[in-house]
Design a protein around this ligand. Structure first.
Ligand code: AMP
Length: 386
């Protein structure tokens, strides 16, 4: 795509968003602030983006009529969810500008392709073997000779489709329990920290990275992000450089999340990539001059990239469904709302179940440790009340 293709930022632009989750909702809200209209294609799934989009196509992703409607309604397009059929993305890209490209999404939506991509480009990755049969698992477990994680090749997220193994189990039992035909066996990484870097790359190849976020999980779901990550400047720069390398190797256009493990010896391993805005980049809405959502819009609209500078350190707390009582009673927000420099975002989801992401809160702060202690106290009270 030529760098000279610039679109005016005016009311003629309609951004098509493929996927209608909370990321689509925040993209549509960012578009609205910039005077740009949005059309959201939900895939027929429950979609928090619906109530803020200008237009909604509430049909499955493989519906030809939906494809036609979408391409007629949108002037440019993006994705907020990677598990979209590649055929659909290719058809969209033939008609309108779609960033990221179907090729980039295809690599990121499948662990086998993702791992092979990292390997081919000399980007550090965890030991892995591709598993397509019980025989593959038997030899991979023998070779690994220790703990690991068996992960489905496709459609895995937030720890879903994963089994932790110790190494001494019977592979036949594991393979039966797993029930997926294609998988990746990864060696266990005794990481010290998990961090992530949001990187944005424009059509002309210009690229910017945000400060790394330090991520903590609860039951495999992101719980808290701490920004900037409490790591050395040298390591932060290495992570930013690696994230940039990933974006370039993918010839990526748009916003990309790159997740890393930090080894005890201070080296980095890329865990996975998200070809879209990422949960660990939500603080950018309040703590940076340009949010990850605005960056995505800037790239699809052919506008210059915005500053990625961190204006204030921040702690982002995910508001997961287990803070709710039953399916519909939210926690008492008063203590959070009374805390200085905290911004509450709720996604309008009607039903709280499991560890669903219902919203997030960004604590802008000078002292990360103090902010973390406030976050811990709020969480404890909410969990006690459920
Ligand atoms: P993923 O869906 O691959 O991001 O995995 C979810 C979480 O499981 C990660 O954020 C880690 O906390 C943990 N995890 C995944 N793979 C490994 C691994 N190979 N070694 C140690 N922990 C892992």
């Amino acid at each position: 795509m030529s760098a000279s293709v610039f679109f005016p930022l005016d009311s003629q632009q309609i951004v098509g968003v493929i996927g209608g989750g909370q990321l689509g909702r925040m993209l549509a809200l960012a578009a609205r602030r910039m005077g740009v209209k949005s059309v959201v294609w939900t895939g027929g799934l429950e979609a928090p983006a619906v109530e803020v989009a200008d237009e909604v196509i509430d049909l499955p992703f493989d519906d030809p009529a939906a494809l036609k409607l979408f391409c007629e309604a949108a002037t440019v397009a993006t994705v907020e969810f990677e598990n979209i059929p590649i055929k659909t993305l290719t058809s969209v890209a033939e008609k309108i500008r779609l960033f990221p490209s179907p090729q980039a999404v295809e690599i990121c939506q499948n662990r086998e392709r993702e791992k092979n991509f990292l390997k081919a480009h000399g980007i550090p990755y965890a030991w892995f073997r591709v598993i397509g049969s019980l025989g593959d698992l038997v030899s991979a477990m023998r070779e690994l000779d220790g703990p690991g994680v068996l992960k489905t090749a496709a459609f895995g997220y937030d720890g879903k489709g994963q089994i932790k193994i110790e190494g001494s189990e019977n592979p036949a039992d594991i393979w039966r329990e797993f029930g997926s035909e294609r998988a990746v066996l990864e060696g266990w990484v005794p990481f010290e920290k998990e961090i992530s870097v949001m990187v944005v790359r424009a059509a002309d190849g210009s690229l910017k990275t945000y400060d790394p976020a330090e991520n903590r999980h609860r039951q495999h779901v992101l719980d808290v992000s701490i920004i900037p990550a409490r790591i050395s400047v040298k390591l932060a720069n290495e992570a930013r450089a690696l994230a940039g390398k990933v974006a370039e190797a993918l010839d990526y256009h748009g916003i990309l999340g790159v997740e890393f493990f930090v080894n005890p010896d201070g080296s980095l391993i890329v865990n996975e990539m998200a070809p879209r805005p990422h949960n660990s980049g939500h603080h950018t809405m309040n703590a940076c001059a340009t949010s990850q959502f605005e960056q995505q819009l800037r790239v699809v609209l052919g506008l210059p990239l915005g500053s990625t500078k961190l204006i204030s350190p921040a702690v982002m707390l995910n508001l997961l469904a287990d803070f709710w009582t039953g399916e519909s009673q939210p926690p008492n927000w008063n203590a959070l709302l009374e805390t200085e420099n905290v911004i509450l975002h709720l996604y309008g989801k009607r039903r709280a179940s499991g560890m669903r992401k219902m919203g997030h809160a960004t604590f802008l702060c000078e002292d990360l440790e103090l902010a973390l202690s406030k976050v811990a106290a709020l969480k404890e009270n909410w969990l006690k009340a459920t």
